[in-house]
Design a protein. Structure first.
Length: 202
């Protein structure tokens, strides 16, 4: 009888912890998407007017869910420079939205090969693996995600949050929520460090 009561209380505590962690994470990520946008950050693509036009048009169509036109502009951009990791990533994102996961994966990996430290590729691959229920691959790619700035730590936290939503075991779910909170703290440390460095530079 005592064991049953202890087990019941333990389960209630787990549920309470998950609810609290979920609220904290939801608040943080609401502000994240307001700041960074749903399709991620766009790197500096240079001053070439033609390239900038293709990139901006592609982003515009992608944001409006006009995927065929977005694909056309990003493909034209990539045809001008096959080492353009940004264009390859955006082609992957467009195929992902079209639910053509094999082509999306191909372009994410291609972009990752060109630019191994571009965090967006790791995040996008994690979302693809989660969407296709390949949770082991999702976990592996999230672990490899490089952290160069505050938004990278936030992306890693978001990826772990998305992964935790697919996990059924309550103990594993708590483990992933703890990782989410750890990387949110990491992002705050990076933000403070950047602010400190800027004052030193001044």
């Amino acid at each position: 009888m005592t064991n049953i009561i202890v087990k019941k209380r333990r389960n209630q505590l787990k549920k309470r912890l998950l609810r609290r962690a979920g609220i904290l994470v939801l608040i943080y990520f609401t502000s994240f998407f307001t700041l960074y946008g749903i399709f991620g950050e766009k790197p500096n693509i240079g001053n070439n007017q033609n390239i900038s036009e293709f990139a901006n048009k592609g982003e515009e169509f992608l944001a409006k869910n006009n995927f065929p036109d977005a694909l056309q502009y990003f493909s034209n951009l990539f045809s001008q420079d096959e080492n353009d990791y940004y264009a390859a990533n955006r082609i992957g994102k467009t195929y992902f939205q079209l639910k053509d996961y094999e082509k999306a994966k191909f372009y994410f990996f291609l972009s990752k090969e060109i630019a191994p430290f571009y965090t967006e590729n790791y995040f996008d691959l994690a979302m693809l693996y989660i969407e296709t229920n390949d949770l082991t691959s999702a976990d592996n790619i999230i672990r490899l995600m490089p952290l160069k700035k505050e938004s990278d730590a936030i992306k890693k936290a978001l990826a772990y949050k998305k992964l935790s939503e697919k996990i059924e075991n309550p103990e594993d779910k708590i483990l992933y929520y703890n990782l989410v909170l750890d990387y949110l703290k990491n992002s705050k440390k990076q933000e403070d460090k950047a602010a400190y460095n800027s004052t030193v530079d001044d």
